[in-house]
Design a protein around this ligand. Structure first.
Ligand SMILES: NC(=O)c1ccc[n+]([C@@H]2O[C@H](COP(=O)([O-])OP(=O)(O)OC[C@H]3O[C@@H](n4cnc5c(N)ncnc54)[C@H](O)[C@@H]3O)[C@@H](O)[C@H]2O)c1
Length: 525
């Protein structure tokens, strides 16, 4: 191995050891430093040009009076200019070769690593991500850069084909061109970074439309990429709400769309992308990572000492706002009462509080709309079933929701079928694991799933039957690690090859097979 980081095998960025007082003191310092800089100004970035503005603001979900960032909103002509710059820029970026591109991505990873505390503090403020989650999100962003940088070098080597005398055959991977990246707020650095890094590593140019709730984090990502050596011509930033994303999707010269977000928006994007714009000479593939309704099966022989804390963390950490979060437990009727009892006890003592407090279990949800949505499902749960436990009181300032466990819901209840994306967990009794698998199979979503069981036969049975993209056995169902748990859903949960996995980059390239007759007759002079 040489000193060149590219020659070191990929390893996950270690998260902080938050039990150490010295580390906690550094977090407090980083938050104080960040607060002196707020609000962050987020411009529209088109190539190297920037235009500041304050048409859009992000605020602290725990204290909506606190302004975190103000952003300029990209107009249709900004979007057009960004796509044109990207079209002009991607060929030379591709021609620079995978090693040069990888080196820029590793530069960006180094930039993020140097500022990881400040960036985690920004996530605490902009998205109310509690410290452990905010730190893990920064690490995951670094991981994506490091992982895809290496993956693109490997992809550039091409694949081996059958060769016969007199013929040379090559399979090459070439970029698609301009990739529109449309990101959600819930992993404000990591997901925007993962999609962007995948596209850039393979030689595409990116126009990034971040979520309206987290423009500040997206601005830091673009700063990292530029500082790492990604040319300004291949990364543009177009902040704004959904219509900015829609303008990007419609644009004739966008070659592919990488989207992570909700199912309804994903479907809207796919519908728009399928229709070629006047003069468009290509199809626009949509790489979509969508929502979930994630179930945890608890078999009769499960170890509840293990299951209860893991279910609790999967359902309520970050207020249930991870696409992978547990939202339904299917428990064997023989142990259902016992599990409900223990879950109820544990939920009532959850600490609902501000994201900057290390003792907080459940922070506020992202905005008023999310708070109202969760409240609506809570009312439905009360009407169509029974609330078993609720953590109260919750702070009245900020977008807090009381974590809830509900049960005895009618089988057709929306609470059992729809993505709530908040701290509400439904528990359902089942007669056996087979029935639990049938219920999972009936769902249109298939993102993550869990199983707690001791019998290896049960583990094999569920593993073979489940439709989900990520199954976790005897552990929590969130926290996929790049390179270890390639992540993504099936059915209505997504189209994409798994993020953080060995095949992800294939979505950002086209294949070109070149076959040459090498039986030459004479020489070119
Ligand atoms: N499968 C995964 O890997 C994964 C990961 C994270 C989040 N999610 C899902 O994301 C959702 C939460 O994120 P969200 O609230 O930001 O999602 P969202 O769908 O509301 O928004 C996502 C992005 O799409 C943009 N957008 C909205 N309307 C648009 C339109 N018509 N055209 C183009 N862009 C448009 C938004 O401005 C935002 O940038 C949940 O459903 C969650 O499950 C999935």
């Amino acid at each position: 191995m040489t000193g060149d980081p590219m020659h070191a095998p990929f390893a996950n960025e270690p998260t902080l050891e938050l039990r150490r007082a010295a580390v906690r003191a550094r977090l407090a310092d980083s938050l104080a430093t960040l607060e002196r800089e707020l609000p962050i100004s987020v411009p529209v970035r088109v190539g190297g040009d920037t235009r500041a503005g304050n048409d859009l603001s992000s605020t602290d979900p725990g204290d909506p009076e606190r302004l975190v960032a103000h952003a300029a909103v990209a107009s249709e002509s900004d979007v057009d200019a960004a796509v044109r710059r990207a079209t002009a820029g991607y060929r030379s970026w591709h021609a620079s070769g995978a090693a040069a591109r990888a080196s820029a991505l590793l530069g960006a990873a180094a930039w993020l690593r140097e500022r990881r505390l400040e960036l985690a503090a920004l996530e605490v403020r902009e998205c109310a991500k509690p410290w452990p989650e905010a730190d893990a999100d920064v690490c995951e962003a670094i991981d994506f850069l490091e992982y895809y940088a290496r993956g693109a070098i490997e992809l550039e080597r091409g694949r081996k084909l059958l060769q016969v005398p007199g013929e040379r055959n090559e399979l090459r991977y070439v970029p698609r061109g301009v990739v529109a990246v449309i990101a959600p707020w819930n992993f404000p650095l990591a997901i925007a970074c993962g999609m962007t890094a995948g596209a850039l590593a393979t030689g595409n140019a990116v126009v990034l439309k971040p979520a309206e709730q987290s423009p500040g984090c997206a601005e830091k990502l673009v700063q990292a990429l530029l500082a790492g050596g990604v040319p300004a011509g291949v990364i543009s930033l177009v902040p704004g709400e959904g219509e900015v994303g829609a303008a990007l999707v419609r644009h004739r010269d966008v070659n592919a769309i990488a989207f992570t977000g909700s199912l309804p928006v994903g479907l809207e994007i796919m519908r728009a992308a399928v229709e070629p714009a006047p003069g468009q000479r290509h199809l626009k593939p949509v790489i979509a990572e969508l929502g979930g309704k994630n179930c945890v099966i608890v078999a009769a022989d499960a170890d509840l000492d293990e299951a209860i804390p893991e279910i609790l963390g999967s359902a309520f950490a970050f207020a249930g706002q991870k696409c992978s979060a547990a939202s339904r437990v299917l428990v064997h009727e023989a142990i259902a009462e016992h599990l409900l009892d223990r879950l109820a006890g544990a939920v009532t003592v959850l600490d609902v509080g501000q994201a900057d407090q290390l003792g907080t279990d459940v922070p506020p949800v992202i905005d008023r709309e999310a708070q109202e949505r969760v409240a609506r499902y809570a009312r439905l749960a009360e009407r169509q079933g029974r609330i078993v436990a609720q953590a109260e009181p919750v702070p009245d300032r900020g977008w807090f929701c009381a974590p809830i466990v509900a049960t005895d819901l009618a089988e057709d209840s929306e609470v059992l079928g729809e993505e709530i994306f908040g701290p509400l967990l439904a528990v359902q009794r089942v007669r056996d694991v087979e029935r639990a698998c049938d219920l999972v199979d009936e769902l249109p979503f298939a993102l993550t799933g869990g199983l707690f069981a001791r019998d290896p036969g049960t583990v094999r049975y569920v593993r073979d039957r489940t439709p989900v993209g990520n199954l976790y056995v005897n552990r929590g169902i969130t926290g996929a690690m790049v390179g270890r748990q390639p992540f993504g859903g099936n059915r209505l949960s997504g189209t994409g090859l798994k993020a953080g996995g060995p095949d992800y980059l294939l979505q950002f390239v086209q294949q070109r097979a070149v076959s040459e007759n090498t039986m030459r007759h004479g020489l070119v002079v």
